[in-house]
Design a protein around this ligand. Sequence first.
Ligand SMILES: Nc1nc2c(c(=O)[nH]1)N[C@H]1C(S)=C(S)[C@@H](COP(=O)(O)O)O[C@H]1N2
Ligand SMILES: [Mo]
Length: 199
Amino acid sequence: MLGKFFKKPADDMNGRVPPGQTLTTRFPVLTYGPTQHYRPADVVVRISGLAQERSFTWADLLALPQTTLTYDIHCVTHWSKLETTWTGVRATDLLELLQLDPAATHVMQHSVGGYTTNLSLEDFARPENLLAHTFGDQPLDAEHGGPLRMVVPHLYFWKSAKWLTGLEFMDRDQAGFWERNGYHMRGDPFREQRYDDDA
Ligand SMILES: Nc1nc2c(c(=O)[nH]1)N[C@H]1C(S)=C(S)[C@@H](COP(=O)(O)O)O[C@H]1N2
Ligand SMILES: [Mo]
C-alpha cells in the first residue's frame, strides 16, 4: 500500500521518525467532515473556562510577536512529514497575556464546525507550539486549517486543531472529539499512543 508518495524510512533516522510511521513529501489533508471556510476578518480566538475571558481577533494576533519554526509532523494515520515551516504566535507568548486561574491544568482547543481536542497545560505551553497562519511562505490553505490553526508538533497531528476559535482552560483532562472516539488522551507519537488502550 506504500504508494508513490509514501516511503518507508531506510531507518528511523536516529530516532527522528516515530515507530510505525512512513514519510511523505506531500501534505495530506485529514479532516473529519467538510473543509471550513472562514475569513481572516472572522477569526476570533476566545479564551474561556478557568481564565479571564477575552478574545483575540486576527488583528490582535498579528500585532503579537510572530515566530517562524521548522519541525516534523506526525499523523496517527501513519504519515510523517519532515521539515515543515510555520509562522504564527507562540502559545507561550499568548499565555503571557492571559490570566489563568491557578486551578487550570488542561486546555480544550475549539474549532469552527465543532472539532475539539484536549491538551495538558504542560503540552500546550511549549515554546514550539504555534497558533499558525502561514505555511512555508504562503497563507495557510483553508483545507489545512487556514486562516488559523494550532500546531503542536510533539504530539500526533490530531492534537493540532484547524480553524481555531477558542481555548478553554479546565481543571481536569476532558476528551475532545477523537479522544471520545477511541484515540489516546495524550497522543505521543514516540510512544505510539494512538488508541485509548495504548500505554
Ligand atoms: N478542526 C479540525 N481540526 C483538525 C482535524 C479536523 O478534522 N478538524 N483533523 C485533525 C487531524 S486527525 C489531523 S491528522 C490534522 C491534519 O491536518 P492537515 O489536514 O493540515 O494535514 O488536523 C487535525 N485538526
Ligand atoms: Mo489525523
